[in-house]
Structure formats: structure tokens, C-alpha cells
Design a protein around this ligand. Structure first.
Ligand code: NDP
Length: 252
């Protein structure tokens, strides 16, 4: 039997950045199975098309578009695709992210730039693209993926990553405060979740630390997909502002 809450996901149009792997992919599959129309953006279009084929085979509704979130125009085009294809935009999940772990003294300025461009500016481009649509519709929901590293500084090594994830929480909370009323803003802050994120460090020591940390702690990405579904399925007058979820064994 379909529950009342599941019905509050069915029919919604959900844009997900970083939908080609990890928790973006799992969330897309989960929400599509609950009846949402999902619109997925990421750079690897081949992966997006394979995921879309699976979703369609299972009877779901999906559109995909190659999207680099460091391009404001490409993020806008992704959100516009959702509106053109499905007639509205109910939820934008600002999920695309990069975690490059290295001590600050390594001076990996290129990686600092990439993390800021993807994790922070990419999120802001999602807001820029969808906020006018949400205001016009009189409804909408931003879901912003931070991290437990956005609550505690993941140092040494994760200082810049943490900085970007603190920024995600600050922007998401300010967004809620500024545009609330009809538009919802949720922060999701996971601990170690199985995905490709752990492969993002080019520094050998940082990569080894992350590999070990994830081996000891990680939980499946379905854990985050369920948390996101919980936020979306609430009635319009309930805004789940923040969810922090960790593997039970994780100390940090
Ligand atoms: P993955 O590496 O599996 O997924 C990252 C996604 O972001 C991919 O789909 C990737 O697609 C996309 N992406 C990366 N760069 C860009 C870009 N420039 N433009 C568009 N898309 C991009 O990791 P996760 O699923 O774990 O990461 C998702 C989010 O969850 C991130 O924000 C991450 O920080 C956060 N998070 C993850 C945790 C974990 O332990 N896994 C814990 C806490 C937070 P493509 O390469 O095809 O562009």
C-alpha cells in the first residue's frame, strides 16, 4: 500500500547535481522509484545515460544533461531542462562535490580552487538558477549536501574541504532565513558514505588516510537517499532544516 508520505514525493520534479555516482545516483534511483521525475546533471554523460536507462526500464521518469557546476550557464540550463521537460521544479539537490585531502602546507592551490568552485560556487549557481522559478511558483525546496566536516574541522588535511562544507551550511541557513515562508532549505550532513568521493585526493598521504578511514567507517549511500526522501516527503508547511547522519561506528 502506498503511504501518504510516499505520495508527497510522487509527481515532484527533482533536479540533482552530481547525479552520476555516489549518493546523487542512489538518491535519483530512490526518488524515481517513489514516483518523482528526476533531472540529473554531471560531467560524465555516459554514466548519466546508463542510470537513466535503468530508471526508465523500472518505469521511472528521468532526464539527463551534461553539466559542469562550475559553469553558471550549464547549471541554469539543467534547471531549465527540468522546467521544459516536466513543467515545474519542486526540488533542487545541490550535491556535486569534491573532497581533496592534503595538508595546507602542500599548497595545492588548484585543488583549493576546484573545491571552492564545485562545492560552494556550484551550489550558489543552483540557487541562482532555481530561486526565481521557486519564487514565481510560490514553492520550492533546496537540499544542500554539507558534511560532518561542515560541523567540525576535518584537520589536518581536510581544512579547505571543511571550509567549503561550513560555507554550504552557512549559505543554506541564510537561504532559509531570507526566502523561507514558501521555499524550504534543508542541510544534509553525512559522515562516511560509500561513493567515489574517497578517490578525490591526489596527495598520497591524504589518499591513504581517507582510504583507511572509509574502510573502517563507511555505510551505504542509501542511508543518505532515505534522509533526503524524508525531507522531501514532509508536508509543505514542514521544513526539515538539518539532518546529520553518521555511521554508528564513526567517531569524527
Ligand atoms: P562521488 O564522488 O561519488 O560523487 C560526486 C558527484 O559530483 C559525481 O556525480 C560527480 O560527477 C559530480 N561532480 C564532481 N565535480 C563536478 C562538476 N564540476 N560538475 C558537475 N558535477 C560534478 O561522491 P559522493 O556521492 O560522496 O558526493 C556527493 C556529495 O556528498 C558531495 O557534495 C560530498 O562532498 C558529499 N558528502 C559525501 C560524503 C561521503 O562520505 N561520501 C560525506 C559527506 C558529504 P562527474 O564526475 O560525472 O561530474
Amino acid at each position: 500500500m502506498t503511504s501518504v508520505l510516499a505520495n508527497n514525493i510522487s509527481g515532484k520534479v527533482v533536479v540533482i547535481t552530481g547525479g552520476s555516482s555516489g549518493l546523487g545516483e542512489t538518491t535519483a534511483r530512490h526518488l524515481a522509484s517513489l514516483g518523482a521525475s528526476v533531472v540529473l546533471g554531471a560531467r560524465r554523460i555516459d554514466k548519466l545515460e546508463a542510470i537513466a536507462a535503468d530508471i526508465r526500464t523500472a518505469g521511472g521518469k528521468v532526464a539527463v544533461q551534461a553539466t559542469d557546476v562550475t559553469s553558471q550557464d550549464e547549471v541554469k540550463a539543467l534547471v531549465n531542462l527540468a522546467q521544459e521537460r516536466f513543467g515545474k521544479v519542486d526540488v533542487v539537490i545541490n550535491n556535486a562535490g569534491l573532497m581533496a585531502i592534503a595538508p595546507l602546507a602542500e599548497i595545492r592551490v588548484d585543488e583549493w580552487d576546484r573545491m571552492i568552485d564545485i562545492n560552494v560556487k556550484g551550489l550558489l549557481y543552483g540557487v541562482a538558477a532555481a530561486l526565481p522559478i521557486f519564487q514565481e511558483q510560490g514553492s520550492g525546496h533546496f537540499i544542500n549536501i554539507s558534511s560532518v566536516a561542515g560541523i567540525k574541522v576535518f584537520s589536518p588535511g581536510g581544512t579547505v574541504y571543511s571550509g567549503t562544507k561550513f560555507a554550504v551550511r552557512a549559505i543554506a541557513e541564510g537561504l532559509r532565513h531570507e526566502v523561507g515562508g514558501k521555499i524550504r532549505s534543508t542541510i544534509i550532513s553525512p559522515g562516511a558514505v560509500e561513493s567515489e568521493l574517497k578517490h578525490g585526493s591526489s596527495d598520497a598521504q591524504g589518499a591513504a588516510f581517507v582510504k583507511d578511514f572509509y574502510q573502517q567507517n563507511e555505510i551505504p549511500s542509501e542511508s543518505v537517499a532515505r534522509a533526503i526522501a524524508y525531507a522531501i516527503e514532509q508536508p509543505a508547511d514542514v521544513d526539515i532544516n538539518e539532518i546529520v547522519l553518521r555511521p554508528t561506528v564513526q567517531e569524527f
